[in-house]
Ligand binder design. Structure first.
Ligand SMILES: C[S@@+](CC[C@H](N)C(=O)[O-])C[C@H]1O[C@@H](n2cnc3c(N)ncnc32)[C@H](O)[C@@H]1O
Length: 211
């Protein structure tokens, strides 16, 4: 597989179609190509947690993270999402890029894992719902599930304002966590629970090492 530069990856990810009608209750805001490329490139080059790995993408949406991981040489990347409409777009994106190392499963991440999935993935990547007033605590449910199914590492985005809470949980669960970067993340205008038209929030890009 050809080695991709970060800028090349970002420009491919700009061609990935996103949500047509984002669903507020499912917190369907996409990871922007720039952020997705930064995350994936770091996971690949600094931690070597993509190439030839079995990867899960929890709350995969239209698949920008899965598709990027596949382009960087993942053995197989499996996306999980509740929403059939998002997975339809994901499927079309995968076909458009002619990728053969991507799969997807429609399911509720809160009902995972089954015994068969425990420690079955090398790496988990995700941009989980942040857990707004509709979904309080959903980010932590995603994280708990990710830590159960991953053998090596979990990479996730979380609001910086929740860092202390996450650190406490990580201590409680005896999990090592490293904040790799603080990023600015713009929530699209369609998310009306924010007062302004579009809102920039600070998010932490975090690596967790499951026990
Ligand atoms: C913030 S979006 C991220 C989408 C995509 N991963 C990306 O990076 O662009 C969160 C995703 O989680 C999905 N989701 C929300 N609740 C879910 C649940 N309980 N089980 C599975 N997926 C869920 C949404 O449909 C949405 O696609």
């Amino acid at each position: 597989m050809k080695k991709l530069k970060r800028k090349e990856l970002e420009s491919y990810l700009q061609q990935v179609d996103g949500f047509e009608n984002p669903k507020l209750v499912l917190e369907q805001y996409p990871t922007r190509p720039h952020i997705a490329a930064c995350m994936l490139y770091t996971i690949h080059t600094t931690y070597d947690d993509i190439e030839d790995k079995l990867i899960a993408d929890l709350g995969c949406g239209c698949g920008v993270l899965s598709i990027g991981a596949a382009m960087l040489g993942a053995g197989l990347c499996v996306g999980f999402d509740l929403d059939e409409d998002a997975l339809e777009i994901f499927k079309a994106n995968v076909e458009e890029f002619e990728l053969t190392n991507v799969d997807m499963i429609q399911c509720n991440v809160c009902s995972l894992p089954s015994d068969k999935m425990l420690k079955r993935f090398d790496t988990v990547i995700m941009n989980p719902p942040f857990g707004t007033k509709y979904n309080k605590g959903l980010d932590m449910t995603f994280l708990k599930t990710a830590l159960q199914i991953a053998r090596e590492a979990v990479y996730s985005l979380h609001k910086t304002s929740t860092r202390e809470h996450i650190q406490k949980k990580a201590e409680e669960w005896k999990i090592k966590m490293e904040v790799i970067a603080e990023l600015r993340y713009d929530l699209p205008a369609s998310f009306k629970f924010h007062k302004k038209k579009s809102v920039d929030i600070e998010v932490d890009f975090i690596r967790f090492s499951p026990g």
